[in-house]
Design a protein around this ligand. Structure first.
Ligand SMILES: [Zn+2]
Length: 198
């Protein structure tokens, strides 16, 4: 089973392999008392070291190869990301404008209804014809402004819808690209962060 080893210091064939805690296996000669790290241990250490080195170098090469292949897709993804951020700002601006218009229309509407009620009984609400006519002109202007706001809001809603559609199609394009652009393969699969937008 065991092959005998010759002590390189005194030439004795009594060399024993002993296990030393935190050092590994050692060839120990009971004749001269000298010992040295067993060759077998050094060899397997080198093999493990080479395997780790090949694994690390292989993954590094694989990573940079994929990185350079995916470079155009990564750039495209980054461009879309910038575009999406601009669109998000635009979208929130539209939402704010639409909400402001609707609030303004709401207060115009209640003002119009209030004046309309007063105009229905002029003898109670107005001292003279001049007062009535002034109020009536205000009423007509308010209706004109209200109708302008309806047109403005409808136009805003239309542009808003176009913007949302464009935003969604950009997200779709980004996700299609990101799926390959940011996926990296390794010799042994490693978990990577997904950049796909939900
Ligand atoms: Zn010896």
């Amino acid at each position: 089973m065991e092959t005998k080893k010759k002590c390189p210091y005194c030439g004795s064939w009594d060399v024993q392999t002993v296990y030393v805690e935190s050092e590994g296996y050692r060839d120990w000669c009971p004749q001269c008392g000298k010992s040295r790290i067993s060759r077998a241990v050094i060899k397997s250490g080198i093999i493990i070291f080479i395997i780790i080195l090949v694994y690390i170098l292989g993954n590094i090469i694989l990573y940079y190869a994929q990185e350079s292949i995916q470079k155009p897709n990564i750039l495209k993804c980054e461009q879309i990301e910038i575009k999406l951020k601009e669109m998000e700002l635009n979208i929130s601006k539209y939402e704010k404008d639409i909400l402001n218009n609707k609030n303004e229309m709401q207060s115009q509407k209640s003002e119009i209804e209030k004046i309309h009620g007063k105009l229905l009984s002029p003898e109670i609400n107005y001292k003279d014809e001049k007062g009535y006519n002034m109020e009536y002109n205000r009423y007509r202007n308010l209706i004109k402004n209200y109708n302008n706001n309806v047109d403005k809001t409808n136009k805003l809603l239309l542009s808003y819808k176009v913007l949302i559609d464009s935003y969604n199609s950009n997200v779709e394009e980004y996700n299609k690209l990101a799926k390959t652009a940011y996926t990296r393969w390794f010799i042994i699969p490693m978990p990577t962060k997904s950049k796909v937008k939900k």
